[in-house]
Design a binder for this molecule. Structure first.
Ligand SMILES: [Zn+2]
Length: 363
């Protein structure tokens, strides 16, 4: 498969846009990728001047500059490489038999093949992708899977297969090689260990470990340099997701591929996020013990949902304020997503951890 095969008509303008926008443009980039109405709305809102301002991104949160095609490909160690468009990341092993690719984010798309082509041209190894590992079933991380063709061996968790068979998305063929707990992928002198530790961000999210390269890839769990994406990475199992941070740190690694944003992770990034999340949970516990629900009941009477909404919004704001102040400048976008993260943590404290507060009193 050549690097130029199947280039789509909009790919050049997309790459130009991404290259021009650089790392600072996650939201405009998303709008451009979707195109049409959303991009129009974003322009309209910007023109109207009603988009909020946020603090500058700490330089240490940003990754390397992108090339003219809109991506960066770098060596991690030995034959292990990573690719980013500054918003998404993939990883690949160049083996004697071909390439083992982990994830195929559609925003990187054909640039995955360009990056693989450049690396294998330099090292003389085969460019053909023989295996594609799915970190999890989400389209934003594997939606370019179909670009790799029909004969690549797709590997994922058994729950990933179940979900993808249900979705029947032609862009995301279901993995044909699946596992429940552990899988060892050995080919061409290289190996990856795939581990399942239970539901976290999704029910099927796995840990991809390259022990010979001291590298762990786990997606949508740790966000090096940045606060987690909105609502604690839109995770389906919050206690499982919080535990997944610790499970990740339990592996021996020096490099983390988090699947998002523009740079690789170091162990300090994991520890810093764990501290941020622990502060959110501690803040939620303190808030549920201290926030007086009386004014909310008095104001909204028989409108139960209004009571809940106003109380939970106030709780999230109370949790978020000191955490935002503490991490602004240390974690990028602390002022962007901490209120949303606090809201989800507070609700998880109630329904997952069972600390129901004023809405859990036995009559
Ligand atoms: Zn995801």
């Amino acid at each position: 498969m050549t690097a130029s095969s199947g280039r789509q008509p909009d790919a050049t303008s997309r790459r130009r846009f991404l290259a021009a926008a650089g790392a600072a443009a996650a939201v405009p980039a998303a709008a451009a990728l979707i195109g049409g109405p959303l991009a129009g709305n974003a322009r309209a809102a910007a023109a109207a001047g009603d988009l909020p301002d946020y603090a500058p991104i700490p330089p240490g949160a940003l990754g390397p500059a992108l090339n003219a095609d809109g991506y960066f490909a770098g060596n991690i160690h030995g034959n292990l490489y990573w690719v980013t468009d500054s918003v998404y990341q993939a990883m690949f092993l160049s083996t004697r038999n071909g390439v083992v690719l982990v994830d195929a984010p559609p925003t990187i798309g054909h640039n995955l093949l360009r990056a693989i082509g450049a690396v294998t041209q330099a090292n003389g190894r085969p460019a053909k992708v023989t295996h594609l590992v799915y970190s999890h079933s989400h389209a934003d991380h594997i939606g370019a899977s179909a670009l790799l063709g029909a004969d690549v061996v797709r590997i994922g968790h058994s729950e990933c297969r179940r979900l993808l068979l249900r979705e029947a998305d032609p862009n995301r063929p279901a993995p044909t090689v699946t596992f429940d707990d552990h899988y060892v992928l050995e080919t061409g002198g290289e190996r990856l260990l795939l581990d399942y530790h239970g539901p976290n961000h999704t029910p099927d999210n796995i840990f991809i470990y390259a022990p010979d390269h001291q590298t762990l890839m786990v997606v949508d769990v740790i966000f090096p340099g940045w606060v987690p994406f909105k609502n604690l990475a839109v995770s389906q199992d919050i206690p499982g997701w919080i535990r997944a941070q610790d499970i990740a740190m339990g592996y021996r690694w020096q490099t983390l591929v988090g699947g998002h944003l523009g740079r690789l992770g170091r162990r300090a990034d994991g520890n810093l996020q764990i501290a941020y999340v622990a502060d959110l949970l501690a803040g939620a516990r303190a808030t549920i013990a201290s926030l007086d629900p009386t004014p909310f009941f008095a104001r909204y009477g028989n409108n139960s949902w209004a009571i809940f909404k106003a109380y939970l919004d106030a709780a999230a704001a109370q949790v978020a304020a000191p955490v935002t102040a503490k991490y602004l400048g240390r974690l990028a976008a602390a002022d962007v997503f901490t209120a949303d993260n606090a809201y989800v943590m507070f609700e998880s404290l109630r329904v997952d951890y069972g600390t129901l507060g004023p809405f859990g009193n036995h009559p």
